[in-house]
Design a protein around this ligand. Structure first.
Ligand code: ZN
Ligand code: FE
Length: 261
């Protein structure tokens, strides 16, 4: 199976999974990039995987379904009209026409939205707007507790898992990460290579879960420097539990303006 990167809007990724001339796409917020790719490659679209109901992830799906005979996986609680296989998490799905490599485990990761799903198979996870490179999704429908649970679930995947998130947000997340944890040498080193990519217009996604565990502050609420930063922001020296620290970090990030220089 080959993974193809398609770009949508300004910073969305539509991930394509290819096998024997068949294509499945994750979160087609627009149909045009997918249709263009199908035209160039001659591939046949067989399946769509949706992580959550936001327009920038699903608005291209209706058009693509018009191609006919498309299996659409998506969160059951979101009640998206064209989903043919509503999922709750915990299921194993098979992309039609793919071999064993088209088998994915469905993870329920609420927080950004109530029904948010991730799709995992060894080596890769498609996590939509839950975990980003150096960041995490905003809490539109879920509680901080839910999001922390969801991020913990993703954190427990094998560390060599490639994190295929749905946005290129690294340039926005990097200044915040450095403000929270300036003493993290792994983060400093990653910042150098990420800045090179960003200024050269090279995608920073995917990267490994190992890199996120070492440098993504939202996965590090037990680290002393992160705890003291969260306490400093909130003015509450009693914050202790991972959920409390995570909650403070998320609130801080919501209103964060990077330093101007
Ligand atoms: Zn979203
Ligand atoms: Fe999004």
């Amino acid at each position: 199976m080959e993974i193809v990167r398609l770009h949508a809007f300004t910073d969305n990724y539509i991930w394509g999974l290819r096998h024997n001339g068949q294509l499945a796409v994750v979160d087609p917020g627009e149909s045009a990039p997918v249709l263009e790719y199908l035209g160039q490659s001659g591939d046949r679209l067989v399946a769509i995987l949706l992580t959550h109901h936001h327009g920038d992830h699903i608005d291209g799906a209706a058009d693509l379904c018009a191609l006919g005979n498309i299996t659409v996986f998506g969160p059951a609680v979101d009640e998206i009209p064209f989903v043919t296989h509503p999922l709750h998490g915990g299921e194993t799905i098979a992309l039609p026409g793919f071999d064993a490599e088209g088998s994915f485990k469905v993870l329920s990761v609420p927080g950004h939205t109530r029904g948010h799903l991730s799709y995992y198979r060894p080596g890769m996870v498609f996590c939509g707007d839950t975990l980003f490179t150096l960041g995490c999704g905003r809490l539109f429908e879920g509680s901080p507790e839910q999001m922390w649970q969801s991020l913990s679930q993703l954190s427990a995947l094998p560390v060599d898992t490639q994190v295929y998130c749905a946005h290129e947000y690294t340039y926005l997340n990097l200044p915040f990460a450095l403000d929270v944890e300036p003493g993290n040498e792994k983060l400093q080193a990653r910042a150098v290579s990420l800045r090179e990519k960003i200024s050269a217009g090279i995608p920073t996604v995917p990267d490994t879960l190992a890199a996120e565990l070492e440098t993504n502050v939202f996965l590090r609420p037990a680290v002393a420097e992160v705890i003291s930063a969260a306490r400093r922001f909130s003015g509450d020296e009693t914050l202790t539990s991972p959920v409390q620290i995570f909650t403070a970090l998320r609130e801080w990030r919501n209103g964060y303006k990077p330093p101007v220089n």
